[in-house]
Design a protein around this ligand. Sequence first.
Ligand SMILES: [Zn+2]
Length: 379
Amino acid sequence: MPVDHRECVRCVMDTTDPEIVFDDNGVCSHCHYFDNEVKPRWKPDERGAEALSRQIAVMREYGRKREYDCILGLSGGVDSSYMALKVKEFGLRPLVIHVDAGWNSESAVSNIKNIVDHCGWDLHTVVMDWPEIRELQLAYLRSGVANQDVPQDHVFFASLYKYAVKNSIKTVLSGGNLATEAIFPRSWHYTAMDGKNIRAINRKHGSGSIKKLPIISFWQYYFYYPLAKGLKTFRPLNFLPYNRDEAIEELKKIGFKEYGSKHCESIFTKFFQRYYLPHRFGYDKRRPHLSSQILSGQITREEALVELSEPLYSERELENDKLYLRKKLGLSQDEFEKLLEAPKRKAEDYPSDEKFYKFVKSTQARVEKKLGLRIRRYS
Ligand SMILES: [Zn+2]
């Protein structure tokens, strides 16, 4: 760590976020954000239970004469898997989609099967065109940007929206939640939902077409789907007392196997979070995840510090994953190692809708402040 490294006294965020600010007591801006912005939206209590049952009634009523009440994207991770169990308990009839972008671990495949079998649902697996996903992933590695998860994340959400519209569904259920994901430094990543940026990176560094992939523009994401198509994202886990460890115990009862850490259901995401980001940029994603858990009262700061002191990878596991990744991407060891050392760039160095993105975000914040409410449909 650099000499001027500083860590918050309440959570475990630190100066690897260049925008972090500390107050006189050493408490960071993320903690203040949690208290002022997140807490009012997070309702793991009776208010949440009431809002949840109202929302369930709306979905049921909408789906009464239709095949589905809502759409549910199942990645096989803890959040979406636990949400699936709850949705079954609510008696909802979701269209269950799994987007296969080629990086599922074996445990993810068996976990997904166990969940849909337990819930008695049909699973619709949307398989992305592997040669195109591979090309796009290689373009991202060559581009040197931090967020290498964009190809996977983008096709996941774009597929969900497209299938929702195709099946006349209005509610997209998301496992996203404030209990484990409230804190995230914006400076680390550019949004995954800017199709213009994705196409630009592919034009500059890719070697093929990405026409078969569902790529949507920022405009479609922010306006077309929510306003023209009336699509609304609902995050049930924000209205429940969601505790990650307890959720894993409940999931284990139906044969769920743990991945070791958050988002490691995808082998690429595991490598990206545990090696690529810390190695190249010094970003350790465990910090925001653990900070979210500290602030939502799930773990203590001491427990988080113990977890942070664990190595990100054992040498052997890292070598195994590197071998798997480079073979799947069709690269020699030299080519792969070279890509991992490509010059670092920001996503915004490539053509993007960044100005539009910033304008939307700042207008939204101003209006919300003035009206004292949240107008965001996709939060
Ligand atoms: Zn803090």
